[in-house]
Design a protein around this ligand. Sequence first.
Ligand SMILES: *Cc1c(COP(=O)(O)O)cnc(C)c1O
Length: 420
Amino acid sequence: MRGNIEPFAEKIWLSSPTMHNGEELKYIAEAYETNWMSTIGENINEAERLASEKTGRKYAVALSSGTAALHMAVKLAGVKRGDRIFCSDLTFAATVNPVVYEGGIPVFIDTEYDTWNIDPAALEKAFELYPDVKVLVAAHLYGTPCKAKEIQEICDRHGAIIIEDAAESLGATYKDKQTGTLGKYSAISFNGNKIITGSSGGMLLTDDEEAAKKVRKWSTQSRENAAWYQHEETGYNYRMSNVIAGVVRGQFPYLEEHIAQKKAIYKRYEEGLKGLPIKMNPYDAENSEPNFWLSCLLINPENMCRQVRGECDELYISESGKSCPAEILETLKKYNAEGRPIWKPMHMQPIYRMNEFITREGSGRAKTNAYIAGDALGKDGKPLDVGMDIFHRGLCLPSDNKMTAEQQEVIIEIIKRCFE
Ligand SMILES: *Cc1c(COP(=O)(O)O)cnc(C)c1O
């Protein structure tokens, strides 16, 4: 494809909600017509049933968001004020904020290049430094399962439990098991940009009946079984609405279709970007099948033009044969397509910068403190840590399942031209 490229008439989104043939609307209308406009009702029961059926998990509790589900998981894990909790570093802040709600102190574990998730070697190092830690919060970034077996073995050896953040990975499998079943307590999300959506909403998944019961109680204001409002525990207003649950219920039958569309997008990028000095976001094809929620690319170090990032801004210098995330994202935007930088690692965030951060070599904080004005490379020219390196060189591509193959070809051409 040569010649002039026109901006897209309609914006190509990173990942936007996709509704189907009115099924979602039918369940919303049912709730409306029967006056079940509440946090109880048939849609909630059915959405929970569908989630446990799909994942193979015994119990699913429908909540107002994935963040609420993670908060309930942190409470179930018994996290107390001052407890150190190991957490994914390259993830969305909602993975770790619930730890802080309960007074826990997140300790961030560096990332590995194979799946862009928690590095088992860094986790092993973390337990060497803090053998008493009892909880790990582990995410599956962009729908790619983490190395769950290695991570579980390490946690078992140290008597720690896993809270699994499967918000981005619903439908992805690891050794033929669904994500959402790999932690003692797991969270999924139905936020608007996820693989299926309720417009918002989330669920806590577990095989532990007692735990599920507790979350049902806590999430509905912790009412005791009495005629009046009787309370023995702190309560939360975290239950999913029956209207939202109608959308979730209507979306579940389309999960596999969405995954197939996302996979086709990933494969088209993989094919179309061949020959460029980039790699797609990787996964362990032998042991896992991602849901391909977002397609990403990582530019080879030799082909990065100069790019510096401040707290909220960035600069780059264009160079022939090279490019950088800032240039590609800016160019996509010019053509009315939405990409996004890689999620900025937690240990680089102003709010968590003073927390501990552990790499394969040990405490990575000294290196983090050496991080000046967005330069992800140390004096020796090597990356300071894996998460920072992926943030520096990577980006999320437009991955909307309503994008046509023709539109995607244009996006691929736009990216190619960034390297010319
Ligand atoms: C979206 C997301 C969440 C939070 O889910 P919400 O339903 O938006 O509260 C948590 N963790 C990760 C990794 C996410 O992407």
